[in-house]
Design a protein around this ligand. Structure first.
Ligand code: NAD
Ligand code: ZN
Length: 369
C-alpha cells in the first residue's frame, strides 16, 4: 500500500478534489506505475460533466499519462520495475478474437470491469479513508501512483522524455494515427475542432501528404499552431462563412476526400459527412457524443459512395504499435512541444479544465515531478 496525491471527481459537475488516496499494491496481472506527467483530454471533461457512460463516482480521471513501473504483480512477465510505460485505455491482450482478427485495435478482454471503474478482479485499488475510489478508463493518471493491468501498458524506449510522451496516451496517437490511416497523398482534408485531437490530425494529414487541410473551429485561438502543423485554410462558422459545409465545398470544388470530426457535437458530425466528396468522400468521427445521442443522415449519401467511419485511439494497437509511433517523434517527424500550451501542478488541475472549456489550451499537462 502506498499514499498518493490524486485528483478525485466526487460527483458530476463538482470541482476535482486534490487529496491523498491510498493505492493498494498490484494484484496478479497488474502493475503499479508512478506517473510523471498527464495531459488533460476532453474525454476526462465528459466524466467531470457526468456525460461519460463509463464513469462510476467517486473516480480518479486521467488517461493521457506516462510513467515508470514501480512494482509488478504475480504472473507479470513483460514488464519490470524501472521500465517506462504509457497506460492504455484500450488494452491489447493479443489473444482474444478481436486482437487475433488484426482488423481492429479494440480489445474488449477487460472492458466490462474497466467500464465499472474497477480492476479485472472486480475491486478498485484506490481508497480515500475507507471509501473506495474508482478507476477511470482503466488508467486514472491523475494519481501520482496508479495500478494498471499489464495488458494495458505499452513499454516505451527510455530515452523518450516522460514529460512529453504522455500525449501518446491519447491526443497525439488518436490524431496522428487517424490521419495516417485515412489520408492519401494529394487528398483535400477537413478537420472539425482544433483541440488536442484536431491539431494532431492536421500534423498527421500533412505527414500523409494532404494537399489541402481546412480547419473549422468556433474559436480562433489555435489557428497559429494549426497553421504551423499544416492547415492551409480556416473557417469560423457564422463569422467567416454562414455555413461551413458550403464554404468547404467552394474551397474544394465539391467536397473534401476525408473529413475528421473532433468535437463530439452531433451537428458537427453531420457537417463532416455533408462536406465530403459525393461518391467517395469519407467522414471519420472521433468525438465522443453525449450518452444516448443518435446521428441521422440521408442514406443516399452513403448509397452514392460516401462512407462514415469512426476511429478509436487512431486505430493504433497500443502495446505492439505505439513504440514505432514514438520512434517517429524521436526522429523529429511528429511534434509535441508546440501543442503543450500549459504545464500545471496537480493542485491547478481545475484551472486546466477551465482553459479547455474556454478553448484557450491545446494541451495542458499536469506534472508530478
Ligand atoms: P478539445 O476540447 O481540446 O477541442 C475541441 C475543439 O472543438 C475546441 O477547439 C472547440 O472550440 C471546438 N468546437 C466545439 N464546438 C464546435 C463546433 N460546433 N464547430 C467547430 N468546432 C467546435 O477536445 P479534444 O481533447 O481535442 O477532443 C475532441 C473530441 O474527441 C472529444 O469529443 C473527445 O472526447 C474525443 N476523443 C476521442 C478519441 C478517440 O479515440 N476517438 C480520443 C480522445 C478524444
Ligand atoms: Zn483522450
Amino acid at each position: 500500500m502506498i499514499n498518493s496525491q490524486a485528483a478525485i471527481c466526487v460527483a458530476p459537475n463538482e470541482p476535482l478534489e486534490v487529496d491523498t488516496v491510498t493505492v493498494d499494491g498490484p494484484q496478479a496481472g497488474e502493475v503499479l506505475v508512478e506517473i510523471v506527467s498527464s495531459g488533460l483530454c476532453h474525454t476526462d471533461l465528459t466524466a467531470l460533466e457526468g456525460i461519460n457512460t463509463s464513469s462510476v463516482y467517486p473516480l480518479i480521471p486521467g488517461h493521457e499519462g506516462a510513467g515508470r513501473v514501480v512494482e509488478v504483480g504475480k504472473g507479470v512477465t513483460s514488464l519490470a520495475p524501472g521500465d517506462h510505460v504509457i497506460p492504455l485505455y484500450g488494452p491489447e491482450c493479443g489473444e482474444c478474437s478481436m486482437c487475433r482478427s488484426k482488423r481492429t485495435n479494440l480489445c474488449w478482454t477487460i472492458k466490462p470491469t474497466r467500464d465499472r471503474g474497477v480492476m479485472p478482479n472486480g475491486s478498485p485499488r484506490f481508497r480515500r479513508g475507507r471509501e473506495p475510489v474508482h478507476h477511470f478508463m482503466g488508467t486514472s493518471t491523475f494519481s501520482r501512483y496508479t495500478v494498471v493491468p499489464e495488458i494495458a501498458l505499452a513499454k516505451i524506449r527510455k530515452d523518450a522524455p516522460l514529460d512529453k510522451v504522455c500525449l501518446f496516451g491519447c491526443g497525439v496517437t488518436t490524431g496522428v494515427g487517424a490521419a495516417l490511416a485515412h489520408v492519401r497523398e494529394g487528398d483535400a482534408v477537413a478537420v472539425f475542432g482544433l483541440g488536442g485531437i484536431g491539431v494532431n490530425i492536421i500534423q498527421g494529414a500533412r505527414i500523409a501528404g494532404a494537399s489541402r487541410i481546412i480547419g473549422i473551429d468556433i474559436s480562433r485561438s489555435k489557428t497559429e499552431l494549426a497553421k504551423i502543423y499544416g492547415m492551409t485554410d480556416f473557417i469560423v462558422p457564422g463569422e467567416d462563412a454562414p455555413d461551413p459545409v458550403a464554404a468547404i465545398r467552394d474551397l474544394t470544388s465539391g467536397g473534401v476526400d476525408v473529413a475528421f470530426e473532433c468535437t463530439g457535437v452531433l451537428k458537427v458530425m453531420r457537417q463532416s459527412l455533408d462536406c465530403c466528396k459525393p461518391a467517395w468522400g469519407t467522414s471519420v468521427l472521433l468525438g465522443v457524443e453525449p450518452a444516448g445521442a443518435e446521428l441521422s443522415f440521408p442514406p443516399v449519401q452513403v448509397r452514392y459512395g460516401k462512407s462514415i467511419l469512426g476511429s478509436y485511439f487512431g486505430g493504433i494497437r497500443g502495446r505492439s504499435e505505439l513504440p514505432a509511433l514514438i520512434d517517429r517523434f524521436m526522429q523529429g517527424e511528429i511534434d509535441i512541444d508546440r501543442q503543450i500550451t500549459h504545464r500545471l501542478t496537480l493542485r491547478q488541475i481545475n484551472e486546466g479544465f477551465d482553459l479547455m472549456r474556454n478553448g484557450v489550451s491545446v494541451r495542458s499537462v499536469v506534472m508530478f515531478e
